[in-house]
Design a protein around this ligand. Sequence first.
Ligand code: GCO
Ligand code: MG
Length: 402
Amino acid sequence: MKIVNAKVIVTSPDRNFVTLKIFTDEGVYGIGDATLNGRELAVAAYLQEHVIPCLTGKDPLQSEDIWQFLYRGAYWRRGPVTMSAIAAVDTALWDIKAKAAGMPLYQLLGGKSRDSVMVYGHANGRDIEETADEVAKYIELGYRAIRAQRGIPGLGSTYGVSTDKMFYEPADAELPSENSWSSERYLDHVPVLFDRLRDRFGFEPHLLHDVHHRLTPIEAARLGKSLEDYRLYWLEDAVTAENQEGFRLIRQHTVTPLAVGEVFNTIWDCKQLIEEQLIDYIRTTVAHAGGITHLRRIADLAALYHVRTGCHGATDLSPVCMGAALHFDLWVPNFGVQEYMLHSEKTEGVFPHAYSFDKGSMHPGDTPGHGVDIDEELAAKYPYQRAYLPVNRLQDGTMWNW
Ligand code: GCO
Ligand code: MG
């Protein structure tokens, strides 16, 4: 089998997505997600100008060699743009391989390790009661794991709190909008939310919370400690993680489980975190961490150190990434949970898929490949729209982490 051609499809059915489609001489094609929120066209150009010319003529079944060729061969290693591009190629090649074998992708990874995949949804509200009512809705829908975020009094807007509850979309403006932040206010208000949620819902539902990189290690340690009684499933992105050692300090002070990694792109970004058992869940996913080939490598390292997976699954990961991630989740022995944010109806129309949701769990489906396709005619109706994630400032105007 030979790769004869590949193309990049940029479409914006309510939000931007970049999709790579690889064609073979046997008529089988594969697709991969290359979406990098707010930087979409950089990955599209990387693929178009620097990757696609190298693919023609290669055997698509040699996905490992192609991965190494693109990673080692670029000389310039790692980075979100490069790794998203490599991920898209890798996902498309696994799609081709599984289609050629006539099997769902999870069978090629080693078959299923569970019947279905537990997912968590996002409940958010401007205040405690609104968030609690949202949690109740998710419980009614059958979710067993729910992330809860609340607005913080005195702050105009807060990460994770949307106007349209079920479709949270942070890339909300043509140029970055500005949020304001106070760690002091936040630290005072979050424990009260979880106190209320445990009081109303008991300890049966798994509750999660995302700090979105806002705290320093000592502040995160304090938050983790003050949440211990509410037994969170995880506390996510408590601090920025360029400095992996920062987690050591948090770990020394709290038994609240820690998750991190949605912005990581390689095993090198989490090596120390995993080997020193500074985290409990690794959030890397297919589209941003080098595809199935590399994600599997991260998961295998994590398994040695009791770290479980919790793949990122926000709306800026396309259904192609979601489908591929669900195959990975169904197989991976050290699975924890999968994030699932609903895509809009328009997005669902552009990306027909075999995966399905039932009572808080998902299944990737059994069609050959990863089971997600792209309707190119429909995709063409939604041209790219520039959209940025917000930026964040402290109340005195200092730039902070969004
Ligand atoms: C999450 C994430 C997202 C990110 C988004 C950025 O936990 O789902 O934090 O909401 O903010 O993916 O592109
Ligand atoms: Mg997050």
